[in-house]
Design a protein around this ligand. Structure first.
Ligand SMILES: Nc1ncnc2c1ncn2[C@@H]1O[C@H](COP(=O)(O)OP(=O)(O)OP(=O)(O)O)[C@@H](O)[C@H]1O
Ligand SMILES: [Mg+2]
Length: 753
């Protein structure tokens, strides 16, 4: 099927031709034949890079141009939302009506907002969580949605992200059963079941733009699925690196999937030592630049230094502990081919698109505390395989498992290479997962009685897969809890949320978190300090990532707890050994969280936190995000329950957590381009208020360490005051501004993976 023949506006055809789309890929043609452009619901399950996005794009354009209304594109991660937002930019000049162009918007961040401005857009890209929060705020424009795309819908099976997507789709369909649903999925065994649930035409294909060869390496030889094999020259004792070097010699790139962050770093380090000899001079120079950029982006940490060191040899590790800025530099350098080997944790497989000729799966086992070691699901293995083969660069992609024995080789062949992926299962059934969604359903009046609530949840994928009766008793327990905690109330048959319940739903926190916050604010502590609030939010189930004390850290945490014993807004549990043993461990984990946040807002460097607590920059960033959100919730609940005296401190603490600064820097970090390091530099140079900055000249500001001309000018533009044109011209021509630019990159938009 040719793009030219499609029933879409000519202007869209021109755009597609310009982007190099002439012929549709087979899965795309299948989806069009199944009615994607005629408003039909579609579930398209096909491999990575088989062009699923284009199907969604065409269905969206067709829908908004011909049927009017808005399109909502749902993704599981913020990074993917940005990727899609970029993809959609190409349609900016398409007219949906004479003289009215299609407008594309993206929404992320703040969950406690209804984002009224989104009414101006035709296509809205959102994460599942953000869409859920918008539904809770009953954003008026939601009624205009006529098509919704659910990307990566196979993630329904993931306990932490699946249920939200499931509930969002159920709600949207309840609001308007005519909405067109386009669901995109990796290949899974029961795509047809999702199809039935959504009343959709279902298409499953195995087609790939780049053919995939799957195999198992054992003893110097890779055995492939099709019966062929390949010998690998031995240069190292580890088959992983033998395979990698072999691929690189032939001009390919390699992605190694490691089991843990630590092994990702370690494998990167070994690969880097091996690759050193293979590089030529110009390659080395390019790599030196990248390493330099890493060192000058964000705060300097030993993790960043280790990364820069590997990069010098064309290798990098990639995991969620990395600072966001570093991660992006690495991704870019791998995409442009400058890095040859990337050693990554499994989160990479579910994130942004980063293909390589060869994917090596170094371990097919995972470890979970209290559970032991277990083999990964086939679905996860397939996700890794999906990263093999770069379209337009590689003639084929390879996915290689590593076996230590012949028996293991047989096992891997049978259970992964030849195996079908598992069915996916809804995870909405767990009480703690269901609880916030029950409250939200009542608070937004999607259900106004217990029966209505049951009817609503009977429409979910969970109820579709399991017996709807199973959900009934769970809903009863949850209602009893919400009623007891005064979040919902009955008026005869009518079920209503209280003001507290409504606010909790909007704040997008777990009802259990709300109880912790409410009770803490009520009980208070002898002395109410920063630690009081930081510990309070660390006690909620919403705090993430959860931090656990490392071996030998208990004593330090106990000391901290003792020093601050009059500041906890809860009872402190007894020492180990008695029946409170478990809760005491919990308590230390809360203390660790509070302590790390406390150090963060008292300007301990990222490297200091890494050294003492082994908490990596990527994790600090995620903690900052969640703590900001939970402190906002604390602030709002303080208002709701009339604790006026606590409102100023909770508000200020939010800003301090967001930026990682002491109180005295708060006014400075509110300026764009000023993070905590530069704010401290300004403060130390005598600029402690915006007024003082206003009186300074651009030259004065440039004398402050880490402040270059662009930033100096940017500061002046924000605080007001004069910039003399001749002074500025002179300065600009004198100073090279390169490092400053990279220092300016905003790296505070992380995904919680
Ligand atoms: N008909 C086509 N002709 C040429 N290139 C295409 C065509 N359709 C899609 N592509 C390109 O293929 C690449 C992969 O497409 P896309 O991102 O939609 O894959 P996907 O199926 O969504 O994979 P994933 O499972 O990784 O999300 C994109 O770079 C896209 O531009
Ligand atoms: Mg996709």
């Amino acid at each position: 099927m040719r793009v030219e023949e499609l029933p879409i506006p000519d202007s869209v055809k021109v755009i597609l031709a310009k982007s190099g789309y002439d012929e549709l890929y087979p899965p795309q043609a299948d989806a069009i034949r199944a009615g994607a452009l005629e408003g039909k619901n579609i579930v398209l399950a096909s491999p990575t890079a088989s062009g699923k996005t284009l199907v969604a794009e065409l269905a969206i354009i067709k829908s908004i141009v011909e049927r009017g209304g808005k399109a909502l594109y749902l993704t599981p991660l913020r990074a993917l939302a940005s990727e899609k937002y970029e993809d959609f930019q190409k349609y900016r000049d398409v007219e949906k009506a004479p003289g009215r162009k299609v407008r594309v918007g993206i929404t992320s961040g703040d969950y406690d907002s209804s984002d009224i401005y989104l009414a101006n857009f035709d296509i809205i890209i959102s994460t599942n969580e953000k869409a859920d929060s918008l539904l809770r705020h009953r954003s008026p424009w939601i009624a205009d949605i006529s098509i919704v795309v659910a990307d990566e819908i196979h993630l329904l099976t993931e306990a932490d992200r699946g249920p939200t997507l499931e509930v969002v789709l159920t709600r949207l369909l309840k609001l308007n059963s005519e909405i067109q649903v386009v669901a995109l999925s990796a290949t899974i065994r029961n795509a047809s079941e999702i199809g039935e649930w959504l009343n959709a035409n279902q298409i499953t294909t195995e087609w790939r733009p780049v053919p995939l060869r799957e195999g198992v390496h054992h003893d110097g030889q890779i055995q492939f699925k099709d019966g062929s094999s390949r010998f690998i020259r031995r240069t190292d004792t580890n088959p992983i690196f033998d395979t990698a070097i072999d691929v690189i010699r032939e001009g390919g790139q390699v992605l190694i999937f490691a089991e843990t962050r630590r092994s990702a770093v370690e494998m990167g380090r070994k690969a880097s030592a091996l690759l050193r000899r293979q590089l030529i001079k110009p390659e080395r120079r390019g790599l030196e630049n990248i390493a330099q950029r890493i060192l000058s982006t964000g705060e300097r940490t030993r993790l960043g230094e280790a990364l820069a060191e590997q990069v010098l040899n064309g290798v990098a590790f990639h995991h969620a502990g990395l600072a966001g800025g570093h991660r992006r530099i690495i991704e870019e350098a791998f995409k442009t081919g400058r890095l040859k080997i990337l050693s990554a944790t499994p989160t990479l497989a579910a994130g942004v698109n980063l293909p390589a000729r060869t994917v090596i799966i170094s371990s097919y086992e995972r470890y979970e505390a209290g559970y032991g070691r277990y083999p990964i699901p086939v679905l996860e293995y397939k996700q890794f395989c999906g990263r093999a083969g770069r379209p337009k660069y590689d003639k084929f992609g390879e996915a290689i498992l590593i076996a230590r024995t012949e028996d293991e080789q047989d096992y891997l062949m049978k259970n992964y290479v030849m195996a079908e992926p598992e069915r996916i299962w809804s995870k909405l059934g767990a009480e703690k997962v269901l609880r916030p969604h029950v409250l939200a359903t009542i608070a937004t009046r999607f259900a106004t009685s217990e029966e209505g609530l049951i009817r609503f949840f009977a429409k979910t994928f969970y109820a579709f897969q399991y017996d709807p009766k199973m959900i009934r008793s769970k809903l009863g327990d949850i209602l009893a809890f919400l009623n007891r905690e005064q979040m919902v109330e009955f008026e005869g048959e009518e079920l209503k949320a209280t003001r507290f319940g409504r606010r909790v739903s909007e704040l997008y926190i777990d009802p259990v978190s709300a109880v912790v916050l409410r009770d803490g604010l009520y009980t208070r502590s002898k002395h109410v300090t920063d630690v009081s609030f930081l510990h309070l939010i660390s006690r909620t189930p919403d705090i993430a990532p959860k931090l656990y004390p490392r071996r030998g850290e208990d004593e330090m945490l106990e000391l901290f707890a003792k020093e601050h014993q009059d500041e906890f807004m809860c009872e402190v549990p007894e020492y180990y050994g008695d029946t409170n043993g478990i809760s005491y461990e919990e308590f230390l984990s809360e203390i660790k969280c509070a302590r790390v946040l406390y150090e963060w807002i008292n300007e301990t460097s990222e490297d200091g936190i890494l050294e003492v607590h082994k908490v990596e920059p990527g994790d600090i960033l995620r903690m900052v995000d969640t703590s900001k959100w939970l402190l906002h919730a604390t602030h709002e609940l303080a208002e709701l329950f009339g604790h006026k005296d606590l409102m100023k401190s909770t508000y200020e603490l939010q800003i301090r957590c967001a930026k990682g600064v002491k109180t005295e820097l708060v006014p400075l970090v509110e300026l764009e381009g000023i993070g905590r390091v530069r704010a401290r530099a300004l403060f130390n140079a005598g600029y402690s208020s915006l007024d003082q900055l206003k009186r300074a000249s651009v030259t004065d500001l440039m004398n402050v360490p880490l402040i270059g001309p662009s930033l100096a000018k940017k500061i002046k533009e924000q605080v007001g005051g004069l910039i003399k044109a001749d002074e500025w011209e002179k300065l600009r021509s004198q100073t090279a501004d390169v490092t400053e630019q990279s220092l300016l990159t905003d790296y505070r938009d992380e995904d919680s993976v």
